[in-house]
Write a protein that binds this ligand. Structure first.
Ligand SMILES: Cc1cc2nc3c(=O)[nH]c(=O)nc-3n(C[C@H](O)[C@H](O)[C@H](O)COP(=O)(O)OP(=O)(O)OC[C@H]3O[C@@H](n4cnc5c(N)ncnc54)[C@H](O)[C@@H]3O)c2cc1C
Length: 422
């Protein structure tokens, strides 16, 4: 694969850009692999890359029913942060952020990671106190965290609604400056290209339809391109996890699939340099400006279970209300597109990277709203689990048995109702 560097860019300028190769191959599906990962979203692709790179396993296939990056990978609002507090979560998300900081170099692909600060507004003394607890815990773990008072906030983001009659009066903000955004497609393409160059077969338009089990193993994977075998199988299918779970003959998975919508406006001149977020009462809102100028934003789940990937008008109204309450200057901006993805919401809002009741099957799921930011660490730890057949210390409690063990990793304190863990 031709590397991206100054010399190759210069050289191709002289030869009419004819020196570049395909970014990844279109290989023929083999009959047998050491590892098969189902799902070529961010997590599946990252897992394949780290399996090949860190664990030198090269006989890997990633099977994708559509095109790579066409699921939540290409539908999210691209926020990356590590402001988590619970044991296990904190280390995991910070590991992820550190991997993000070198990801473009690691993959030799510009993922457009922009550390522009994540500004979490608060509107009441209670919200201030709970943010103080979280951000102080981050400081104790050497993660960057700061509090901005109103004076600093007004100076940095002057066009928020600070008016005396604001629907949600702003008191200040908890800020993580190393947080920011990245280009989601580029992350999928970067991992795909890097995994492919290490020999991973990425098979698009190849749907997994069923499994044949022998003893306590998956013996055969049935796909729309025929049957194949694998020594180990990993699920990384996000909102489709319960479907695959059923195909494998398993039951009772503590995950519900819910819809989450996102929105983008017409391109504007630079207006917002940070990611701004707030959540109060029934309103939840997050916004940033993309490099093309569009404002990218979203709010809450639709709050009913669904596998649909389409937006709808009630949520447009809900999110527009939240937008205008905090940024009234957007009143005349036109909405360009909106869409939906399927969230794999868990009972405590935390993820699963774990073994399953089937010996050679491994699970990567339960990313809720937050699986974009975890892409590098998720791939890294899932690859580590599959290669070594044991969880490492950080993900030790991120398994399906944690509820039995009484270990809830409930970051929001929202209780066992998946739709509340936004
Ligand atoms: C609107 C929205 C906003 C979001 N905002 C953020 C954010 O700001 N920050 C953040 O951190 N996270 C965010 N997320 C969450 C994040 O996008 C997801 O958690 C993450 O992308 C899920 O992992 P994935 O990329 O591997 O999933 P996906 O991209 O959904 O990958 C799963 C793949 O599996 C494939 N598949 C399913 N079934 C089969 C089958 N039977 N056979 C073969 N292939 C199959 C699917 O086609 C899909 O490509 C957001 C999500 C949405 C929808």
């Amino acid at each position: 694969m031709t590397r991206f560097n100054a010399w190759n860019v210069l050289k191709n300028g002289f030869i009419n850009q004819t020196g570049w190769q395909r970014q990844w191959r279109d290989p023929v599906l083999k009959k047998e692999y050491d590892v098969v990962i189902v799902g070529a979203g961010l997590h599946g692709l990252a897992t394949a890359y780290y399996l090949a790179k860190n664990h030198k396993i090269n006989n890997i296939a990633v099977l994708e029913k559509g095109w790579l990056g066409g699921g939540n990978a290409g539908r999210n609002t691209t926020i990356v942060r590590s402001n988590y507090m619970m044991p296990g979560n904190h280390e995991f998300y910070e590991h992820s952020l550190k991997l993000w900081e070198n990801l473009s170099h690691e993959l030799n692909y510009n993922v457009m990671f922009s550390q522009r600060a994540h500004v979490n507004l608060f509107h009441s003394p209670a919200a201030r106190d709970s943010n103080a607890r979280r951000y102080n815990t981050m400081l104790l773990h050497n993660t960057d965290a700061e509090f901005w008072n109103l004076k600093k906030l007004k100076k940095t983001i002057p066009h928020l609604n600070y008016g005396p009659n604001a629907r949600f009066p702003i008191m200040g903000a908890a800020v993580q400056k190393r947080a920011g955004t990245a280009r989601h497609d580029a992350v999928a393409w970067g991992y795909a290209r890097a995994a492919d160059s290490l020999g991973v077969d990425i098979i698009q338009n190849c749907e997994v339809n069923g499994f044949v089990r022998r003893a306590n193993n998956i013996d055969i994977i049935e796909t729309s391109r025929g049957q194949i075998k694998a020594k180990k199988v990993g699920f990384a299918v996000a909102g489709n996890t319960s479907r695959l779970w059923q195909m494998a003959g398993l039951d009772s998975l503590p995950i519900e699939s819910h819809k989450l919508q996102a929105f983008v406006t017409e391109p504007l001149k630079p207006i917002l340099d940070q990611v701004v977020v707030f959540g109060v009462g029934g309103a939840h809102f997050y916004i940033s400006q993309s490099d093309k100028g569009g404002l990218v934003f979203g709010g809450d789940l639709d709050w009913y279970k669904s596998y649909a990937q389409r937006g709808n008008l009630p949520i447009v109204q809900d999110v527009a209300e939240a937008a205008l309450s905090i940024l009234p200057c957007l009143g005349r901006v036109r909405l360009l597109r909106h869409w939906s993805g399927i969230m794999d919401m868990t009972m405590d809002g935390s993820f699963f990277i774990c073994k399953t009741p089937i010996d050679n099957l491994y699970l990567n799921a339960g990313w809720n709203y937050g699986g974009f930011k975890t892409t590098p660490a998720s791939g890294w730890h899932f690859a580590d689990l599959i290669a070594n057949n044991r969880p490492n210390k950080i993900i030790n409690n991120h398994d399906l048995k944690r509820f039995e063990k009484g270990v809830n990793i409930d970051e929001r304190g929202a209780g066992p109702d998946p739709k509340l863990h936004g």
